[in-house]
Ligand binder design. Sequence first.
Ligand code: ADP
Length: 287
Amino acid sequence: VAKLTGLIIEQVRLVNEWANSRANAIALEDTNARFDAFMSIASHELRTPLTTIKGNIQLAMRRLDTIMAHNHDLPEVVQEKLLRVKNPLEYAVHRVGVQDRMISDLLDTSRIRANKFMMIMHHHNIVEIVKAAYEDVKLSAPERQIMYHLAAEENLMVLADADRIGQVVNNYLTNALKYSPIDQPVELTITREDQNVRISVSDHGPGLSSEDQQRVWERFYRSTVVDVQYGSGVGLGLGLYLCRMIVEQHHGQIGLTSQQGKGSTFWFTLPLVDATREEATTGNNYS
Ligand code: ADP
């Protein structure tokens, strides 16, 4: 198990280094040809080892669990050592998760450029989508205080791609946790405004300068003055860009209010629908 763990960590480190160096190069030389060439390599070069790494981690964890389940009488010192092996495995799981998000964001960006960023629209209760994203983030950050306020009806129907809207909520919450101090709460609120539902995430973080407020929705934009307080510092500056693309495809509005030194509120709205209307699949017009 220890050998396998070492192997996994090394694989993760190499993939991570490669991805970061390539992504930085792309961010600097963002030309169509280079970007498209990168994307076709990336999908193979990153996805394949990632699958292997995931498989190895699962194997190592299963072996560790089996050893521990069948050997209750092992000396305490050995049991402690086995438990210590779990830390790097959990670290590897975390790194793979971050890597997976980065690859997905890059692939989505490439889909937008190729006009293949499709939403699969169905009628959903937005409250359920938001709540599911909230529960997910809460599980991944048990030590953080995340408040949930539903200031509207329990049932608000929208025509939406549930996974994509979940991605927007997840991104808002993850950013709020990432950029605000660990002891500060984050608030998620659902309100109704006439024929729209509004989802907002507020934090007590550093806030954004007026230049940053305008530019955070751009592809690859990352503020140089805001420090990561929690979780992974890795980021490509694609999260909010993709949020904007997703919300625009849903005919919603997106925005933020922020005061430096006080905090930020990121929000979006979606039009409420009559659930008897037809469902649809939409493509985009971005290039
Ligand atoms: P990433 O977080 O990967 O850099 P995003 O597109 O999600 O990319 O965010 C872009 C930038 O916006 C971040 O780099 C950060 O500077 C800023 N930002 C996002 N959310 C917040 C927040 N809640 N508070 C302060 N700054 C934020």
